[in-house]
Ligand binder design. Structure first.
Ligand SMILES: Nc1ncnc2c1ncn2[C@@H]1O[C@H](COP(=O)(O)OP(=O)(O)OP(=O)(O)O)[C@@H](O)[C@H]1O
Ligand SMILES: [Mg+2]
Length: 407
């Protein structure tokens, strides 16, 4: 398989509920280096789903222009993140006969068996976005991560299949096109966030990733090295801000700033200390204790955790063991949230910041950039993702090259 020349640029576009972010990276002998990042506020989405095309196009253009200026390159193709309650993950199995005369598994057999696992009834209004192989089996012997070259007559695969609603995905792609960009592929956002924050060992042992954004919390569970559950819940950090605004009778902007400065997911030692809160019209201020703020914020955090646990319990086979929780997304910056999660899930918890990449890492070493950074890491692997007809020839090469590096 031919490799792209070093210096090929790859871009990711995360159209989030609170911000739109474009990341550009260039390939180096060591992997990928980030060379540009651009961000713009999102005003055209609710709960991860586009509600205003024009506003979204404007945000994509603004974020991409900034990234282009920083990188000094023109961006033509982007890997685009998608999320929302319309996205669904399910596990399936595919089986094929090993075709070659020598009965050795070839790459084409691997492709065929993954295709076979995609034969599920999803309805006319949905499409398969990813088919992620978890493990292969040759003649009934399972637990194989790469069966190429093995001998046998029957090849099986367990895949995690992710589907999305056609109309929601079409709207995302429409905005990308209108902003003058070609979608190189689409990626379910928790997979991107996982690619930027999780270590291979964690995925092997068993880990839950929660990307707490503004309007959604994206979930990905890995075990045995592959994704075994993915889902989204339509609540994120913004609901906390709403509660604070209602509870303290102030504006959303003031509540947002109070949340970031004073709120905590766990009771802290400064419970009695007070902070000023502006009234709705901004003319008067009153004082509120941190303990009062905690009483508003903590139940919402627990509700997000409860909803996440419910989704995971529903979608996960009973015998899967989990060893860790990784929190990422802007919402994971709430003070004490890692401790609250550790207590709630009774598992060690850490905050995931984008790693696994070189270049301008200081500019993106924050949890809210996990998805955007992950898009350039995961996008080119593209397993099962939709490929735009015209971009396939250019990006197909990168895809197979990265695919090989990952295997
Ligand atoms: N220091 C902080 N403390 C608490 N919350 C924070 C902090 N910084 C950011 N947030 C919250 O993070 C959320 C935004 O996160 P992020 O940028 O990951 O969302 P998004 O990707 O735009 O949205 P989504 O993924 O839901 O579509 C907001 O609710 C914001 O208030
Ligand atoms: Mg997000």
């Amino acid at each position: 398989m031919s490799k792209p020349s070093w210096g090929t640029t790859i871009a990711g576009l995360d159209i989030g509920t609170t911000k739109t972010c474009t990341v550009v990276a260039t390939s180096t002998p060591e992997g990928l280096d980030i060379i540009g990042v651009g961000e713009a506020p999102s005003t055209g989405l609710r709960k991860g789903v586009i509600t205003d095309l024009e506003e979204t196009v404007r945000a994509i253009e603004a974020a991409t222009e900034k990234a282009e200026r920083m990188a000094g390159v023109h961006i033509s193709h982007v890997y685009v993140g998608v999320t929302g309650a319309h996205m669904q993950g399910t596990n399936n199995r595919g089986v094929v006969a090993i075709s070659g005369e020598d009965r050795e598994v070839a790459r084409s057999d691997v492709r065929r068996v993954v295709e076979a696992s995609k034969l599920i009834d999803i309805g006319a209004d949905r499409q398969i976005v990813h088919a992620l192989p978890r493990q292969f089996a040759v003649d009934g012997h399972d637990g194989i991560s790469d069966p190429v070259g093995m001998s046998g007559s029957r090849l099986e695969v367990d895949t995690h299949i992710i589907t999305g609603g056609n109309t929601f995905i079409t709207n995302v792609l429409k905005c990308v096109h209108r902003a003058g960009l070609e979608p190189a592929g689409i990626v379910f956002e928790p997979l991107a966030s996982s690619a930027a924050t999780l270590l291979a060992e964690e995925k092997h042992v068993g880990v839950v990733l929660l990307d707490i954004g503004g309007g959604t919390t994206d979930i990905a569970v890995y075990s045995g090295g592959g994704a075994i559950h993915t889902s989204t819940i339509p609540v994120g950090g913004n609901i906390l801000t709403n509660d604070i605004a209602l509870g303290l009778k102030t504006t959303f902007a003031e509540a947002e700033s109070i949340k970031k400065t004073y709120a905590s997911a766990t009771p802290d030692a400064h419970g009695e200390s007070e902070f000023p809160v502006k009234s709705m019209d901004g003319k008067t201020t009153r004082r509120v204790t941190r303990a009062q703020l905690h009483a508003i914020a903590a139940p919402r955090i627990l509700e997000i955790f409860r909803l996440a646990r419910g989704q995971i319990a529903e979608g996960l086979p009973r015998d899967i063991l989990l060893a860790e929780i990784v929190l990422t997304g802007g919402g994971s910056q709430l003070r004490g949230i890692d401790q609250a999660a550790a207590e709630f899930f009774a598992l060690p918890t850490r905050i995931g910041v984008p790693a696994m990449i070189g270049g301008l890492t200081d500019a993106v070493r924050k949890p809210e950039y996990a998805t955007a950074v992950g898009l350039v890491l995961f996008g080119p692997k593209g397993e099962g993702a939709i490929w735009n007809g015209r971009s396939r020839s250019v990006f197909g090469k990168i895809a197979s090259w990265w695919g090989e590096m990952w295997n």
